[in-house]
Write a protein that binds this ligand. Structure first.
Ligand SMILES: Cc1cc2nc3c(=O)[nH]c(=O)nc-3n(C[C@H](O)[C@H](O)[C@H](O)COP(=O)(O)OP(=O)(O)OC[C@H]3O[C@@H](n4cnc5c(N)ncnc54)[C@H](O)[C@@H]3O)c2cc1C
Length: 812
């Protein structure tokens, strides 16, 4: 006769234990599962993408009801257990039903901690734990405007990002001075904060909540310093507490959690516990990787195999916010016994820190580039000696592979037991077996069969390497790369649909292309917005929610959350009147720093957000318009002194620069676009590292394209030589329009030209005159709208920044 196993908690740890048990001893037990939530078990980790609109609930279900049926499991959904009777070995549920057990498994997880501040019981105050919480947030986003998330940890930021995606004004209140202080050091936390603020989140660090105000529903949050913040919805993400009430009432030994030994047994040997409700060797848990290890050990003992001990786990964390790459593991702060290797590339938003002790990795924080997170984590867990490739370590697995140590080779060399996917507890051996036995060839197939890379996606690169190493040359990489997870369409297909179907609003575009998510994500929204504006400049409706905060407020957000205001200075030439206006504004608004930039402009650095409308009003009054120093747009046209003044100058670079800038300013482009004009081949304006560079030679102008002066320097390609000012303008406009119509959103001219090839550009801009003239005409047509019907006025109600039409600009 079968023994009876009862499970309390139909969540991630409980059901993983049952999955492991079914592998080991499928016939051993009659299993009954009680679940408080009215659903089969789902991937709780993926609630954040569901909230963000990137996944639907159906997609995150781990085991359908049919799975329980097929395995003979009696599932009682929406049926919380209210009592454990240890004497007669049975559990009693809220609906009065009972189930006897020979073994009992408690997997009740944890509960979100709700700060006991006055007002915490008001309507609209919730935690973030279940699909029901997500539904409440989505409903609130439809009816209300202002959300506050208390807690700037992993959960809080994922909640805030999700709500922001649905168009709410979101403020995050975080008590410590840095975000995610349990996973990030200060440097990485600052980068993260700047990125999130750039997307429109308000973040208050060092903020202590005093009370929540409102009659029936919450209306405001009051901070201890007296500030009040509008709040129609308050999400508390300030921590979790193991859910141990039931166990305690049954007389089981509990401290912070249900105390278990290395076999996952409680002090009553017939009762096991796994997951966030347990306390093991003094530790409680909040991530799935350790829970899955516990599940394995527990299943082994339930199967009466009697070996396997749980001895604790290392953990790693990733933030699931689209477009934000962040990884953290182990002792990432370091101490007096450790040393750190740090790589920081602020302008590319990359920060990596590895903490080492005795040539072994103790911890890691990666921001901006997390491709190697899984690899560092593996080296850390295995305690590998890294001295042989210490000097290359920071540049990642692939770099070391170039030297013969890693990449596909190292994936092949990984042990079968090495864990690849921490979210789903999948080892390399599981993946290799599935590839071989099922004949898998694509990443999607591997995801489907093994669940590896199917949750946070952090191990995708590693899974691909294993796939490539296992299948040899047969690995079929995805044929086309979708624009983002919300759609299967590529950038090119989306553009084409916008053109063919005359799509001019985000809603229409998403409906036509059957977007998977109702509101898209931070990757697709700005791209769609750009493609529609570039294709239908006269009709497309600019969507402020699809723009980053910099573009909405006409200023560059800085790491201390102040802003830099940069007025346009045509061709780098200014006047005493403009300088006076800038100086007056700097004094009036007590701007902490006035700085000359490398692009021949003047930065007003350190302006407060609330000052932006007024400082721009003053500058506009003096005839100055925004320099778009923050935008995916024409930035600057830099000039040298030219033939008017220079002893060597052969051409009038100053006036050519001014003409070019006046023709092209205000144009939105796939990425930032910089120009320069040098009056002679000495090239003092550095025109050959710009997106479009003009170099004066005797009696003519050389036109150069596709340069870049950033981290990855690229010298321009010579496009052609022309003679007149009009030709320079025509070729520049045609080139910009070609780039606007063909490059992917966020693709600079340098990689675009490398992708499409210089002949593609030359053919359309130089060789085919009719095509050039048509491109130029379309460029001028869209400029009429960009410059005379400024998007700032059309779309943003939050400021009074006005662009002055070109003819009003004082500068000649
Ligand atoms: C939004 C969100 C994002 C997350 N992201 C990550 C991440 O990126 N990486 C990561 O590692 N972890 C993440 N986590 C944490 C991870 O989801 C948890 O560690 C994991 O779900 C815990 O599993 P568990 O089985 O212990 O608890 P749960 O999954 O919560 O399952 C417990 C179940 O028990 C049920 N239950 C409770 N009491 C009773 C009762 N009396 N009777 C019947 N049923 C009962 C509950 O309703 C629940 O369904 C995230 C969590 C959330 C909420």
């Amino acid at each position: 006769m079968k023994e009876k196993l009862v499970v309390i908690g139909n969540g991630m740890a409980g059901m993983r234990t049952i999955e492991e048990l079914l592998k080991l001893a499928p016939e051993k037990y009659d299993i009954t599962v009680f679940g408080d939530e009215p659903h089969p078990n789902y991937n709780r980790i993926m609630l954040s993408p569901v909230l963000a609109g990137e996944k639907q609930f159906d997609e995150i279900i781990l085991n359908e009801t049919s799975w329980y049926e097929e395995n003979g499991i009696t599932l009682k959904c929406g049926s919380p257990v209210t009592r454990i009777d240890r004497l007669s070995r049975k559990v009693i549920a809220a609906d009065g039903s009972e189930a006897e057990y020979d073994r009992l498994l408690i997997a009740t997880g944890s509960l979100p901690f709700i700060l006991p501040v006055p007002g915490h019981e008001l309507e609209g105050v919730i935690g973030f734990r279940t699909i029901a919480d997500v539904d409440t947030m989505l409903a609130a986003a439809k009816d209300y405007k202002n959300a506050v998330v208390i807690g700037g940890g992993l959960l809080g930021l994922e909640a805030a990002n999700g709500l922001l995606n649905h168009g709410m004004n979101v403020t995050v209140i975080h008590l410590p001075e840095v975000l995610m202080e349990r996973q990030l050091d200060e440097e990485a936390a600052k980068l993260l904060q700047a990125e999130l603020e750039g997307r429109g989140l308000e973040i208050i660090t060092g903020g202590n909540t005093e009370a929540l105000l409102g009659d029936k529903r919450v209306e405001k949050l009051k901070l201890q310093d007296g500030r009040e913040i509008d709040a129609d919805l308050v999400v508390m993400a300030v921590g979790i507490r193991p859910n141990i009430t039931l166990a305690k009432e049954a007389g089981l030994h509990c401290e912070r959690g249900i105390v278990v030994g290395d076999t996952m047994q409680s002090f009553d040997p017939t009762i096991y516990a796994v997951g966030e409700c347990v306390q093991h060797r003094g530790n409680t848990f909040g991530l799935v990787a350790p829970l899955f290890e516990q599940a394995k050990v527990c299943a082994n003992h339930l199967a009466h195999l009697g070996y396997g001990r749980y001895e604790g786990s290392a953990t790693a964390t990733r933030l699931k916010v689209s477009g934000v790459e962040l990884f953290s593991a182990g002792n990432f702060i370091g101490d007096e016994d450790t040393e750190s290797i740090v790589l920081k590339d602020a302008s590319h938003g990359v920060y990596k820190k590895l903490v080492l002790k005795d040539n072994r990795i103790e911890g890691a924080v990666l921001y901006g580039d997390t491709v190697d997170g899984a690899w560092y984590y593996e080296l850390m867990r295995e305690g590998s000696d890294i001295s042989a490739h210490r000097d290359q370590l920071m540049f990642g697995r692939t770099h070391i592979s170039d030297a013969g140590h890693g990449g596909q080779d190292s994936a092949a060399a990984m042990a079968d037991e090495a864990q690849v996917c921490d979210c789903n507890g999948v080892c390399k051996g599981d993946i290799v077996n599935a590839i071989r036995s099922e004949g898998l060839f694509t990443l999607d197939e591997v995801k489907k069969h093994t669940k590896a890379a199917a949750s946070c996606g952090g191990c995708t690169g590693l899974v691909e390497q294993i796939l490539a190493a296992t299948t040899g040359g047969d690995y079929s990489a995805p044929e086309k790369k979708p624009l983002c997870p919300c759609t299967d369409f590529t950038h090119e297909e989306v553009r084409e649909a916008i053109e063919v179907h005359h799509l001019t609003t985000r809603e229409a575009a998403m409906a036509k292309m059957e977007w998977r998510t109702p509101d898209g994500c931070p990757t697709c929204r700005p791209a769609l917005n750009y493609y529609m504006l570039a294709t239908w400049p006269a009709e497309a409706v600019d969507d402020p929610h699809s723009r980053f905060v910099n573009e909405r407020v006409h200023a560059n957000i800085q790491k201390d959350r102040s802003y830099t205001v940069v007025p346009r200075i045509w061709g780098g030439v200014t006047t005493p009147a403009e300088l006076r206006a800038i100086a007056d504004a700097a004094e009036k608004f007590e701007v902490p720093m006035v700085k000359i930039t490398g692009g021949q402009r003047i930065d007003l650095v350190g302006v407060k957000k609330e000052q932006l409308p007024d400082i721009w009003a003053d500058l506009n009054e003096a005839g100055m318009v925004s320099g778009h120093a923050y935008g995916k747009a024409l930035r600057t046209v830099k000039t040298c002194i030219g033939s008017q003044f220079c002893r060597f100058g052969t051409q009038d670079s100053i006036n050519m620069g001014i003409d070019l800038e006046k023709m092209t300013w205000g144009s939105w482009t796939p990425h930032k676009f910089k120009m320069a004009v040098s009056g002679c081949p000495r090239n003092c304006a550095e025109a050959t590292i710009k997106d479009f560079g003009v170099v004066g030679i005797d009696g003519a102008w050389e036109l150069h394209v596709g340069g870049n002066g950033g981290l990855k320097v690229r010298v321009t390609d010579l496009l052609c030589r022309v003679e007149s000012r009009e030709e320079v303008l025509e070729y520049a406009g045609a080139f910009m329009q070609l780039y606007r119509e063909h490059a992917r959103y966020l693709e600079r001219t340098a990689p675009w030209i490398e992708r499409v090839g210089l002949p593609f550009v030359k053919q359309r801009v130089v060789e085919n005159e009719a095509q050039r003239k048509a491109l130029y005409a379309r460029f001028l047509e869209s400029q009429k709208i960009a410059q005379q019907d400024p998007w700032a006025e059309r779309t943003s109600a939050e400021k009074r920044i006005e662009f002055v039409p070109m003819q009003n600009v004082a500068n000649a």
